[in-house]
Write a protein that binds this ligand. Structure first.
Ligand SMILES: CC(C)(COP(=O)(O)OP(=O)(O)OC[C@H]1O[C@@H](n2cnc3c(N)ncnc32)[C@H](O)[C@@H]1OP(=O)(O)O)[C@@H](O)C(=O)NCCC(=O)NCCS
Length: 207
């Protein structure tokens, strides 16, 4: 498996001034996949494993997916935090279809069904948010959520939504402190690649 580049830690002073928030480009696709991998606690790896060619590295599958245009899981829906030329944070978000379009049927894969059922139609769905180790607790995720809020308002979406594992205390605190509340939940279907059991929680923040 290829090594994930770990950027050097930052000081509080640099964090306040030196972190650039910018839209992603196609060339960021591999780094997007690395950070999605951190955010998804094994769910992305599981999805990529269902799409991989025999012997294909899972990160290559992820990078290929984010290099696409015009789909939800595209670099076009990613916002990055950059420090000193290194990408240290990611948010991937897209508008969920309104309910009438969402009646697309039941997710066939029982491992993925709980996440497919946890939807707020019409909301801006924050599919992934992650900040590299050593850069956390400097307000980077807060800045990424501010970008999401701007997009939610600009596109007149029905708030913002996110799925969080119940065991992920940091992420739950992040969303709760930014106006999100739990509106639904499902039991996680255990799988060796998925790092949590217990529950997955659907969070929603009103516009
Ligand atoms: C969750 C995560 C994205 C937060 O990023 P961050 O840049 O450190 O978050 P911020 O600095 O903007 O923190 C905002 C608030 O969230 C809460 N929070 C963040 N990390 C926390 C932690 N480890 N423990 C408790 N609360 C935490 C705090 O209320 C914090 O405000 P404070 O620092 O003023 O107390 C980051 O910890 C991460 O990447 N975790 C691994 C990936 C992940 O779990 N992603 C979410 C998947 S749903």
């Amino acid at each position: 498996m290829p090594t994930v580049t770990v950027p050097a830690p930052i000081t509080t002073a640099i964090a306040a001034t030196g972190v650039l928030i910018r839209p992603a480009r196609r060339g960021d696709s591999r780094r997007i996949a690395e950070l999605v991998r951190i955010a998804a606690d094994g769910v992305a790896d599981y999805i990529w494993s269902t799409l991989a060619q025999p012997g294909e590295d899972l990160l290559d599958v992820g990078a290929r997916r984010y290099a696409r245009d015009g789909v939800a899981f595209s670099h076009q829906n990613a916002v990055l935090a950059e420090h000193d030329g290194a990408v240290v944070g990611l948010m991937l978000a897209f508008a969920m279809p309104p309910r009438r379009e969402a009646e697309a049927g039941v997710e066939a894969d029982p491992i993925l069904r709980p996440y497919a059922e946890l939807e707020v139609p019409g909301s801006l769905y924050i599919a992934d948010i992650a900040v590299a180790d050593g850069y956390r607790r400097h307000g980077i995720a807060t800045r990424l959520l501010a970008v999401a809020r701007e997009r939610m308002r600009a596109e007149a979406l029905d708030g913002m939504s996110a799925i969080v594992f119940a065991a992920n205390t940091a992420s739950r605190r992040l969303f709760q402190n930014h106006g999100f509340a739990v509106v639904d939940r499902r039991a996680v279907v255990p799988h060796p690649m998925i790092r949590h059991t217990g529950e997955a929680l659907l969070y929603h923040a009103h516009p």
